[in-house]
Design a protein around this ligand. Structure first.
Ligand code: ZN
Length: 130
C-alpha cells in the first residue's frame, strides 16, 4: 500500500492523478491484479473520466452544482459544507482499475481524477494493488 498527497488550489477542482497512480503501479510490477485508489475524505471524491478535454471536469462540477444547491441542508448549520458532502457521496471515495503486466488497463480516454468539492485542501490518496 502506498499513499501520496495532492494540494488542491480552488474550492471546486478536478485533478488528474493518473501519473501518480501509474508510477506506483509500475513500481509494484503486478502481473495481474486490481488497483484500488481511495481517498480518506468526505468532501472530495475519485472518479474515472476523460482528461483530454478539461471542460469535462468543469462540466461535472457545474452539473453537480445545479443538482445540489449550497446552503439549504441541515449540515450547513453546523459546518456550512453539506453540498460538498452530498456530491462526494454521489461520486464516491474510490475507483478500482484492473492491472496487467504492471500497467493500468484504463481506456485511451480514461484518467483517474481527484474531484475536490471543498478546497483548497491537502488531500491524501491511498493506492493498494493486489
Ligand atoms: Zn462538513
Amino acid at each position: 500500500m502506498e499513499e501520496f498527497f495532492v494540494k488542491t488550489k480552488r474550492k471546486f477542482q478536478v485533478i488528474d492523478i493518473t501519473p501518480n497512480v501509474r508510477e506506483i503501479v509500475e513500481r509494484a510490477a503486478t502481473q495481474e491484479g486490481l488497483c484500488c485508489v481511495f481517498i480518506p475524505h468526505s468532501t472530495a471524491a475519485v472518479t474515472v473520466n476523460e482528461n483530454a478535454d478539461p471542460n469535462i471536469g468543469e462540466d461535472l462540477q457545474d452539473a453537480l452544482a445545479k443538482l445540489i444547491p449550497e446552503g439549504i441542508w441541515r449540515h450547513d448549520r453546523i459546518d456550512d459544507n453539506a453540498a460538498a458532502h452530498i456530491k462526494a457521496a454521489i461520486i464516491g471515495p474510490s475507483e478500482m482499475v484492473p492491472v496487467k503486466n504492471g500497467t493500468l488497463l484504463l481506456g485511451t480516454w480514461q484518467s483517474l481524477m481527484l474531484v475536490e468539492f471543498d478546497g483548497p485542501r491537502e488531500r491524501k490518496v491511498i493506492v493498494q494493488i493486489r
